[in-house]
Design a protein around this ligand. Structure first.
Ligand code: ADP
Length: 391
């Protein structure tokens, strides 16, 4: 009997011990599982954060503005380019497009996306923001079941393109106008000659001289246009070499000597012994244009001075100064624009094309230099150009 009892107790003890071990093992497994789950969750969180960060980097590196709206039309994501386009500094998530931008064109676009699912090449003009032009492509985002999840809008800044388009149109209009004036004069005089004026030799001589003058003007205009076009397209290669500026200035003054004499203008060379690294032919054009203008727009019996010095930063600065009526302050920057003239009639009378200073600016910019004009009205104008020194 005592053997059976002992066996029973032993079995019971073994069972209790087994149960206890199993519970212990189960608890171990349970906590192991919880730890694994925690680690997995953390890894998932980390991966999501990394994916979100990468997505943000990707979206923020886009040149186009990107806007994602959720199904209630609230902003879910707006990238950096979008915020820059509209100069927005605040957090946009959760706001509506209407309250953020207050653009009725965008409301209209969103309504169209509702019905059409996709709207491409929608152009918005923003007159109050320095006349900006935006092209927007918008599309509805749907899930696998075809349900509406939100809207994606991509904004492309067209302002630069529109500006270039407008500049080109203005340029073509200006060129046509400039060409038409001498051409219509030539046509008019030829017609008058053909109509009988040629019977009078004196009149014929006078008319032919006018025709010749206007033909020369056309020729000059076309030459200047070709120069501008080559300079602006970057097709013109500079033949850089050491240029003795004093010798070059003296040569230009000599070439323009008889023109100056006709107006009683005294030409003075104050150029130091400077050597620039430049294209001599192009630099010749710069000096000739500036001195020619100084004589043309300077006063009768005035003085035109050409000079230059080395600046503290090592560059060379040349100048052409006159003591004529000068340039009004508001026109100082504009005189370098194509076809800009302070006094249109005067410039044309003097045979100007309105392109001389624009050519000067392009040539100096091609040498990595800068141009500027200073003037005290009534006392004269001075034009400055910087150039790289040879050393
Ligand atoms: P243009 O062929 O008319 O001379 P430019 O481009 O050389 O064209 O010059 C543009 C305008 O700048 C001129 O029409 C003139 O009004 C003004 N200008 C240029 N140089 C001078 C100067 N030295 N003094 C006064 N006005 C000047």
């Amino acid at each position: 009997m005592s053997v059976w009892l002992a066996l029973f107790i032993l079995t019971l003890a073994a069972l209790v011990w087994l149960h206890y071990r199993w519970r212990q093992r189960f608890a171990e497994l349970q906590s192991q599982r919880t730890a694994d789950l925690d680690a997995l969750r953390q890894r998932q969180q980390q991966t999501t954060l990394e994916a979100q960060a990468q997505q943000k980097i990707l979206f923020d590196s886009m040149l186009e503005g990107l806007l994602l709206l959720d199904r209630t039309k609230k902003i879910y994501l707006a990238n950096r380019a979008f915020k820059n386009l509209f100069d927005l500094k605040v957090e946009l998530r959760g706001k509506t497009v209407v309250e953020t931008l207050r653009l009725h064109e965008l409301d209209e676009l969103l309504k169209r996306v509702e019905s059409e699912k996709q709207v491409l090449d929608y152009v918005i003009r923003l007159p109050e923001m320095n006349e900006r032009w935006l092209q927007v492509n918008a599309a509805a985002i749907t899930n696998g079941a075809g349900e509406r999840e939100g809207t994606i809008l991509v904004f492309h800044d067209l302002t630069r393109l529109k500006q270039l388009e407008r500049q080109r149109e203005e340029f073509v209009a200006n060129v046509s106008h400039e060409l038409r004036t001498p051409l219509s004069l030539i046509k008019g005089y030829v017609e008058t000659l053909l109509d009988g004026a040629r019977d009078n030799p004196e009149v014929t001589e006078r008319f032919l001289k006018t025709i010749e003058r206007n033909a020369n003007r056309l020729d000059l205009l076309i030459q200047d246009l070709l120069t501008i076009s080559a300079l602006e397209s970057g097709r013109m290669k500079l033949d850089l070499q050491p240029v003795n500026l004093r010798a070059l200035a003296e040569r230009v003054l000599n070439d323009l000597h008889s023109k100056a004499e006709g107006k009683g203008t005294r030409l003075v060379c104050e150029m130091s012994e400077l050597v620039a690294s430049a294209d001599p032919h192009r630099l010749d054009q710069v000096f000739a244009n500036l001195v020619d203008n100084a004589i043309k727009y300077g006063r009768m019996n005035g003085m035109v001075t050409v000079g230059g010095k080395k600046l503290a930063d090592g560059r060379i600065e040349i100048f052409v100064r006159d003591d004529g009526p000068g340039i009004p302050p508001e026109a100082l920057d504009r005189v370098f624009e194509r076809f800009y003239r302070v006094d249109k009639a005067r410039s044309r009378d003097q045979g100007g094309t309105g392109l001389g200073l624009s050519i000067v600016k392009h040539i100096i910019h091609a040498h990595n230099g800068e141009v500027r004009a200073e003037s005290e009205p009534g006392k004269g104008a001075t034009f400055y150009c910087t150039l790289p020194s040879r050393d």
